[in-house]
Design a protein around this ligand. Structure first.
Ligand code: MN
Ligand code: MN
Length: 267
């Protein structure tokens, strides 16, 4: 039976505006395992089957460099060779995660769903800011392609960065239900919950109206036919949530990403 690994990355030191994302993994796990919801994905995978989910727990951040620790722990979690879903944490964590992922995947496309491009060269003097991971990722060529979907905060600096790194961008204003991504390599999904409209996902530090619906994001993920090898679900902020709505959305996205991971891994 195909397994899915889980790793919590409770880290939000590089959030520019508001802390809280470090508290996310426990809340998402709670909704994921709640008896209130089905454990079956829409693609027909029973994620509640005994042994299906292998939870590596949360990274415990101590004295060392958190980036080295994330890279090392993600490497460990990938060792069995099963697809991995990391629960953030703010979006800064995607950079050290991808350093570990790239070692195993010489061919890789990132599908990044977000309101923001997160490609500032640096922000408030911090090159590790959660507004900058994709600048670091592309500088180090940790992916062959970066496709960003759902953006609605693009400025001139971002457009310069897109050109510099060859980023493929589908802004929210150009999103279409018929969008089909032409991906020919293994896939990394980086799912920032603020890519969704705040009406669907209010529990984020930066609510940006005019976003995608939960349905549109799930449908887009379900069009992927290449193996999804690793995903992160980031920027859930329980301190901003309403009735755990956004934790439930994060758990749903977890199940649907996992459901496509199992489906695409088996052929
Ligand atoms: Mn982001
Ligand atoms: Mn964002």
């Amino acid at each position: 039976m195909a397994k899915i690994s889980i790793l919590g990355v409770p880290h939000d030191d590089n959030s520019s505006f508001m802390k809280g994302a470090a508290e996310a993994p426990a809340h998402i796990r709670w909704e994921l395992h709640s008896d209130a919801y089905s454990m079956w994905s829409e693609t027909g995978i029973d994620l509640g089957a005994v042994g299906r989910l292998v939870d590596h727990g949360d990274i415990e951040f101590g004295a060392g460099d958190p980036w080295d620790l994330i890279e090392r722990e993600v490497g460990h979690a990938m060792e069995p060779g099963d697809p991995l879903i990391c629960l953030g944490g703010d979006h800064a964590i995607s950079y050290p995660i991808l350093r570990a992922v790239r070692r195993r995947h010489p061919s890789l496309t990132i599908l990044h769903i977000d309101a923001h491009p997160d490609i500032y060269h640096a922000y408030q003097g911090n090159p590790r800011s959660h507004t900058s991971p994709f600048a670091r990722i592309m500088e180090e060529r940790l992916a062959d392609r970066l496709i960003q979907v759902g953006l609605r905060t693009v400025n001139d600096h971002h457009r310069d960065q897109f050109k510099r790194f060859g980023v493929e961008v589908i802004e929210a204003s150009h999103f279409s239900e018929t969008l089909r991504l032409d991906i020919t390599t293994p896939v990394y999904i980086s799912m920032d919950l603020d890519g969704l409209d705040p009406a669907f996902a209010p529990g984020v530090s930066h609510r940006e109206p005019g976003g995608l619906s939960t349905r549109q994001v799930i449908n887009l993920i379900q069009t992927i036919s290449q193996p999804i090898v690793v995903a992160d679900i980031v920027e859930y902020n329980p301190r901003c949530d309403i009735s755990n709505l956004t934790a439930i959305v994060a758990a749903k996205l977890f199940k649907e990403i996992a459901g496509v991971m199992v489906k695409t891994a088996s052929h």
